[in-house]
Design a protein around this ligand. Structure first.
Ligand SMILES: [Zn+2]
Length: 304
């Protein structure tokens, strides 16, 4: 059997498919790596949270699309040593490559659109609730929980039509009273859908149903829709006017898990020296007190 050289076009076509596949796969990897480098360059947890929340899914989808194109190019190399000229198989393979490449990109799209937000949610929680350090003293700050059920609006926003509520995280250094306020745009965060379980519930619309007054909190209704199963939900939130440091400085620390606890009372009994009672604002104070406790030299500040 005579050996037949492939036509110049077929050679050039296969060459460019190899180069294209390598280029697209590399572009996907580099795109993702650049994103990771940018994330790790951000030291502030709040800015990191915002950046990841805005960019991670977009980045992963782009990477999936680039991989899809690379896969399409690679399919066009199938049995390339047997192809000598443009024939039916050339066009059939071309059609399969478009289909295959689209499939890879689309599967990636589905994963990052519906499944991945659950993973992202956990990641974001970590950055949102990792204890902050007071920049002045380096002391660990505490998150106030009291305001969690309330949403806020930027001043002047109440008049606007396209309002978006904000969640405020208020970190307080209990020793110095320093306050760090972090704003989280409430409509960007995806919540878990009660129906399908994915973290694909997003705010579609917000409406003030009652204006806040100086004495009474207002009410804001958020309308959610799940991007996966299309379930809708509406939830009312208290609308708070607080948004400055001064508003928060006077707030007492409240327990994060057991929100209705606002006092720890300790009674210490000694068979020889009788009993003493102490009161604490929080568990940490009580624990610290206990580890250093000496019946005779006990701290008078907490004694009742
Ligand atoms: Zn759903």
């Amino acid at each position: 059997m005579d050996y037949v050289e492939a036509s110049p076009f077929i050679n050039a076509f296969h060459q460019s498919m190899i180069i294209g596949a390598i280029f697209m796969a590399a572009a996907g990897i580099i795109w993702y790596l650049i994103y990771q480098i940018r994330v790790s360059a951000i030291s502030d947890f709040h800015i990191k949270y915002d950046f990841i929340n805005r960019n991670e899914i977009k980045t992963l989808k782009t990477t999936a699309y680039l991989f899809g194109i690379a896969a399409g190019f690679m399919i066009n190399l199938y049995a390339s040593d047997k192809m000598k000229d443009i024939e039916v198989w050339f066009f059939a393979r071309l059609a399969i490559s478009i289909f295959g490449g689209t499939l890879v990109g689309y599967v990636g799209h589905l994963i990052f659109e519906y499944y991945y937000p659950t993973v992202l949610h956990k990641k974001l929680l970590k950055w949102r609730y990792t204890p902050r350090k007071n920049p002045k003293t380096g002391a660990t700050m505490r998150l106030l929980s009291e305001e969690e059920e309330d949403v806020h609006l930027e001043s002047g926003m109440q008049a606007e039509e396209n309002l978006f509520s904000i969640d405020y995280d208020v970190w307080i250094d209990e020793k110095t009273g320093d306050v760090k306020i972090e704003k989280y745009p409430g409509h960007l965060e995806a919540l878990q859908c009660n129906n399908c379980g994915f973290y694909t519930m997003k705010v579609q619309k917000e409406e003030i149903t009652k204006q806040a007054s100086a004495t009474e909190p207002g009410e804001l209704v958020k309308y959610y829709e799940c991007t996966y199963c299309k379930m809708t939900r509406a939830t009312a939130f208290n609308l708070s006017n607080k948004q400055t440091e001064a508003d928060y400085k006077n707030l007492k620390y409240k327990f994060k898990v057991n929100k209705d606890i606002d006092l720890v009372k300790l009674e210490i009994h000694s068979t020889v020296k009788g009993k003493k009672q102490y009161e604490f604002q929080n568990l940490e104070e009580a624990q610290k007190f206990l580890t250093e406790f000496d019946f005779d030299k006990s701290d008078k500040r907490y004694e009742v």
